[in-house]
Design a protein around this ligand. Structure first.
Ligand code: TXA
Ligand code: MG
Length: 337
């Protein structure tokens, strides 16, 4: 299959481009589309054959369910028979936006979408291209991140092309995504609500609105999003984390890996860390929002430069930092490294 890339304006998406993409979805094709978080891999959520192709293209385990993307609150009511009060409150406040809610699934949703679970994850993305595409199809679309399973999520059309070229019909290229980490996933079928995945909407912002929530780090909660069981967000290179501002640890790690014969790369942000000019790396902003936006891109970039190990400076685990540390810790764990 030849994968087409078409540029589309993020501010005023061209009708003809959106219509072409919607036509592809209508006949069961796959279209990668931008959201405010990362690029998603779209298919008609009510077409099980198309949804199966999404799993195949990504090489995604079938028990890892997909997020259904909607463009209006009415569409939510086709996906669930029951929206708890707290669901209405947070979606009124934060949709469209980087928030995914898990609710009881209606009987109309194909089992392949939910991995056979009784719940479904739903989100309304804050991106004109995505919203117009869903409107043009006039149906919700599934949208896992448009990367090969296990790789860092794509924050640009080039990343999607790198992972999925030849496997999908079309990539809508609207430039780099704004947020750079995926949406926050919150299960509102339980009380108090349970954050299953930290993401673009901070825990603090959710709690301001609906009071205390639980997270999967609270030990009593064994429940996990199926996706969090798998190795994730990992570049080809080995990822090694070190404490923020810890220049001594950084220098020792550099020496250790060079002695072991690795080509060493780094991702840092604080002034205390002064890498040798011979090393390849990225110095990111200490503004956490800018850091989030650049992180996946930097991991992929260093991979392209064939480094064997990437030393990554940890961030404070609060606000967006919770999502970032979650991704980095997962990237640093691996089967055989
Ligand atoms: O920002 C995002 O959420 C991006 C953009 C494209 O919208 N999408 C995304 O999808 O990150 P994906 O498939 O890469 O991650 C979805 C996560 C997985 O961890 C999955 O296990 C979880 O949501 N999930 C989906 N349905 C669920 C359900 N019914 N119950 C619990 N977790 C669910
Ligand atoms: Mg993903």
């Amino acid at each position: 299959m030849n994968t087409q890339i078409i540029k589309v304006s993020p501010i005023n998406p061209e009708h003809n481009v959106i219509n072409l993409a919607a036509e592809i979805l209508k006949i069961g094709g796959l279209v990668a589309f931008p959201t405010e978080t990362v690029y998603g891999l779209g298919a008609d959520a009510f077409n099980p054959i198309a949804v199966r192709k999404v799993f195949e293209a990504k090489n995604r385990p079938p028990d890892n369910p997909l997020i259904v993307h909607i463009s209006s609150s009415e569409q939510l009511m086709e996906l669930t028979d029951f929206l708890p009060e707290v669901g209405k409150i947070i979606t009124d406040a934060y949709w469209p936006g980087p928030l995914t809610i898990v609710v009881k699934a209606s009987k109309f949703i194909p089992a392949i979408v939910t991995g056979g679970l009784e719940t479904v994850a739903v989100r309304m993305p804050n991106n004109k291209v995505a919203l117009k595409l869903i409107e043009a199809l006039d149906k919700p679309i599934v949208g896992p991140s448009a990367n090969l399973s296990g790789k860092p999520s794509p924050t640009s059309a080039e990343h999607v092309f790198h992972d999925l070229s030849g496997k999908i019909d079309l990539i809508l290229d609207a430039g780099s995504t704004e947020i750079g980490v995926e949406s926050t996933v919150i299960d509102i079928t339980v009380h108090p609500p349970l954050i299953l995945r930290f993401g673009g909407l901070t825990k603090e912002k959710i709690e301001q609105l609906i009071g205390d929530v639980k997270t999967t780090e609270d030990l009593k909660y064994k429940k996990r999003s199926p996706g969090t069981r798998y190795r994730h967000y990992a570049p080809e290179a080995k990822v090694v984390l070190f404490e923020r501002s810890d220049a001594l640890a950084f220098n020792q790690l550099v020496q250790k890996y060079i002695e072991e014969g690795y080509k060493v790369g780094y991702i840092i942000y604080s002034d205390e860390i002064r890498p040798d000019k011979n090393l390849i790396g990225r110095i990111l902003s200490n503004d956490i929002e800018v850091y989030a936006k650049e992180l996946f891109h930097s991991l992929r970039d260093l991979d392209l430069q064939d480094v064997g190990v990437i030393l990554v400076e940890s961030v404070e685990p609060r606000g967006l930092g919770l999502a970032i540390m979650d991704r980095l810790i997962k990237a640093s764990k691996s089967k055989n490294k």
